[in-house]
Design a protein. Structure first.
Length: 282
């Protein structure tokens, strides 16, 4: 059965109120559409955790910079809805931008230190847009659980902070990155890649897994890890945006790896004009 499409704030609120009255556990999977198997894996996890599953499909203008790819971001609402149906999704919330940001909209949500550095430094205002839209989606659809992928690891930490700090009553669940057979992290932006760029982009995950293996096999120096990953990116003719090892909770850079203190190795790099991100736990 195809999911119901909700297009307005009023429709989304009415659906959420009905779910609450019926005592249903609701899960939300926020997306920007052009769905792939990674998104579907999040929906299946949401289905496992809840009675009803909502998916939002909204290319959020407030998280794009003026020179970024908002206007050309891939869109396929009919195809996305069919994929949602295959995953057992109940409703798809797919509003127009003016519905969520009407004339006179002035409020923004901003997270502190977690939004700084990494993508926050490279994409000013990005996480303010993310935090704002997530807050609006949580308020409208009132989920008990929201499921996100770990590929956007900084985003995941920002969303967890929003839910925690604003007492929104939403359990934010992070799921492992879904990958192509050669290891490339699944992303809607992979559609931008030429055949040559696609082949070279696989070096990102190869370098991350090699670094992860190095840490497991012997005590690895953080600076050495970063140096080797940067060399791997350069060898594949990928332009580095950043390579950093950070504390997995605070996202602050770390100079050494410590037992019992999880760290994360994060990479952002360009294959041609397409910016790709990925990360692994250390």
């Amino acid at each position: 059965m195809h999911p119901v499409r909700l297009r307005t704030v009023a429709e989304a609120s009415a659906w959420a109120r009905a779910s609450c009255r019926e005592g249903r556990i609701t899960a939300l999977v926020p997306t920007m559409g052009y769905l792939h198997e990674g998104h579907l894996s999040l929906m299946r996890e949401a289905k496992r955790r809840a009675d009803r599953v909502a998916v939002s499909i909204f290319v959020n203008p407030t998280q794009f910079g003026p020179s970024e790819d908002f206007s050309r971001y891939p869109r396929d609402l009919d195809g996305d809805t069919a994929k949602c149906a295959s995953a057992g999704v109940d409703v798809v919330f797919c509003p127009e931008a003016a519905e969520l940001y009407p004339e006179g909209h002035q409020t923004r949500v901003e997270v502190g230190d977690l939004s700084k550095g990494l993508c926050g430094e490279k994409r000013p205002g990005h996480f303010r847009g993310v935090a704002t839209i997530v807050t609006k989606l949580f308020a409208l659809l009132r989920p008990d659980v929201a499921v996100f992928g770990e590929k956007d690891f900084q985003q995941l930490q920002v969303v967890k902070a929003v839910a925690r700090d604003l007492n929104l009553g939403v359990e934010v669940v992070g799921m492992p990155t879904h990958r192509e057979p050669d290891g490339l992290a699944m992303s809607s932006r992979n559609a931008y890649l030429s055949a040559d760029e696609r082949a070279r982009a696989a070096a990102i995950s190869r370098s991350l897994f090699a670094a992860q293996k190095r840490v497991k096999e012997y005590s690895a120096d953080v600076r050495q890890l970063v140096t080797v990953v940067r060399a791997d990116l350069a060898a594949a003719n990928l332009r580095e945006d950043y390579v950093e090892v950070v504390d997995a909770e605070t996202l602050k850079s770390v100079g050494e790896l410590r037992p019992g203190r999880p760290a994360r190795l994060l990479v952002a790099a360009y294959a041609g004009s397409t910016r790709l991100i990925d990360n692994v736990g250390l």
